[in-house]
Design a protein around this ligand. Structure first.
Ligand code: SF4
Ligand code: SF4
Length: 445
């Protein structure tokens, strides 16, 4: 694609220069449109990757403030990155749309309700204690959800209530900075991201990861000082807040790397993993952080990548049929395709993949709150495709997808680490109770 950015602007603005290079790689072939969930649903070129690229080019090239039209179409983008998997020219849409979202945030004044909701999400979701309190409040408000749903202006509030669990789980006994020694000879030492929303919504995921990894000789550390990876605010264009989160985590992990050494930084929420693997790019212009951030990104691993290095074998009778739902952040964001399925197969499960596996389930961070109509259509489409697999349970590697899809069909949804932990001797995950999987106590029978 030809561009005509003023050279003097490119010379002083590295972010603009990077976006210009991305724009130049697009040959407007349109292959990406066919695999873009919003184009598939809405059929509008401006809701396709190519259409958004044109809108972003026009805005950045002309150094224009974002218009309501640009904000609408970029807001509808899920950042699912399916377009990056499809694109034959290697267009780095993620960095381009991240830049566009930050530009929109700086130059466009959203309607009051939109601003207020975004500010609320940014001030609550990344902070576990605030989020826990908010979920308890949402639990009290749930009985009113039916009434609220009748008021179109409150549809996003209704969407939030629908996503809140009926009961907020107790804090994990493993919470907080500490080390979990490897069983037997230690083969690796890793940090496990505790993060923010997942540890409140489903602490069982990381509890299972700790049992699983230590069982296979991996020492696991909860590093002091780490927290939200920054992706929730990053996808809302709140650049400074996301960079502050990135710097805090880089500092925390760097202290641990330098004091005791780390073989990997393991992430059980693939949306966070995609962002942590991008810290090196996000902080490339910060002389104090660029090298440390690049080192952290190079050490970041989705838990399925670590499982691929372990001699997994079932410790109980398995053989059940499991549908594998590939989160966008894992299959498109991190280009991890085979490792989760290979882990399931090594553990004796039959693996089914739903049709249209490349399409997003509609979760996408805060998307299911901010764009509830599109998110619900995508959820229902995904849930129907998963149900058609005939599986007994569904595994995913991202808390957002699990929260989005649970209840959308009759199947139990759980994280890969929970099922792998059970298969190798751990307790029965709560999601599988009553679905024909034996409890830990039955394992020896
Ligand atoms: S597939 Fe790639 S090169 Fe083709 S229009 Fe889409 S982004 Fe541009
Ligand atoms: S990130 Fe997803 S929703 Fe956004 S343009 Fe690409 S394919 Fe479409």
């Amino acid at each position: 694609m030809q561009t005509s950015f003023a050279p003097e602007r490119l010379a002083v603005d590295p972010q603009l220069a990077a976006s210009e290079q991305i724009l130049r790689t697009c040959v407007h072939c349109g292959f990406c449109t066919a695999t873009c969930p919003t184009y598939v649903l809405l059929g509008d070129e401006l809701d396709s990757p190519r259409g958004r690229i044109y809108l972003i080019k026009d805005m950045l090239e002309g150094d224009k403030p974002a218009t309501a039209e640009v904000a609408r179409h970029v807001d509808r983008c899920l950042s699912c990155l399916s377009c990056m998997t499809t694109c034959p020219s290697g267009v780095h849409y993620m960095h381009l749309v991240d830049h566009a979202r930050a530009h929109i945030e700086k130059t466009y004044r959203r309607p009051f309700a939109d601003r207020a909701l975004r500010a609320l999400l940014a001030r609550v979701l990344p902070y576990p204690e605030r989020f826990r309190l908010a979920l308890k409040g949402a639990g009290l408000a749930r009985p009113a959800a039916g009434l609220l749903a009748k008021v179109p202006a409150l549809k996003r509030i209704t969407a939030m209530l629908a996503l809140a669990p009926a009961r907020v789980p107790a804090r994990s006994a493993q919470d907080g900075p500490r080390a979990f020694p490897a069983q037997g000879a230690r083969i690796a030492r890793v940090a496990l991201l505790q993060g923010c929303a997942q540890k409140v919504l489903e602490p069982a995921i990381n509890d299972a990861a700790i049992r699983l990894l230590t069982r296979f000789g991996v020492e696991v550390v909860h590093v002091a000082g780490e927290g939200c990876c920054g992706s929730l605010v990053h996808h809302m264009g709140r650049e400074e807040e996301s960079l502050a989160s990135a710097r805090r985590n880089v500092d925390a992990w760097t202290r641990e790397i330098e004091a005791n050494g780390l073989d990997a930084i393991v992430v059980t929420t693939s949306g966070c993993g995609t962002t942590i693997k991008d810290y090196g790019f996000m902080l490339r212009g910060d002389a104090a952080y660029a090298a440390k951030a690049a080192r952290v990104s190079a050490l970041a691993r989705d838990v399925s990548e670590v499982l691929a290095t372990l001699p997994l074998a079932p410790a109980r009778r398995t053989g059940q049929t499991i549908a594998y739902h590939a989160a966008c952040s894992i299959q498109h964001g991190q280009q991890i395709k085979d490792e989760p399925k290979a882990a399931l197969k090594a553990l004796g499960f039959r693996v089914k993949e739903p049709a249209e596996g490349h399409l997003c389930c509609g979760s996408a961070g805060t998307y299911n709150i901010l764009q509830p109509e599109i998110a619900t259509r995508l959820r229902d489409r995904k849930a129907a495709n998963i149900a058609r697999t005939g599986a007994q349970a569904v595994v995913a590697g991202n808390i957002g997808c699990l929260t989005q899809l649970r209840g959308a069909n009759d199947l139990p949804f759980l994280h890969l680490t929970e099922l792998a932990d059970w298969a190798t001797g751990g307790p029965l995950p709560a999601a599988l109770d009553g679905h024909g999987f034996v409890r830990a106590a039955d394992a020896a029978e």
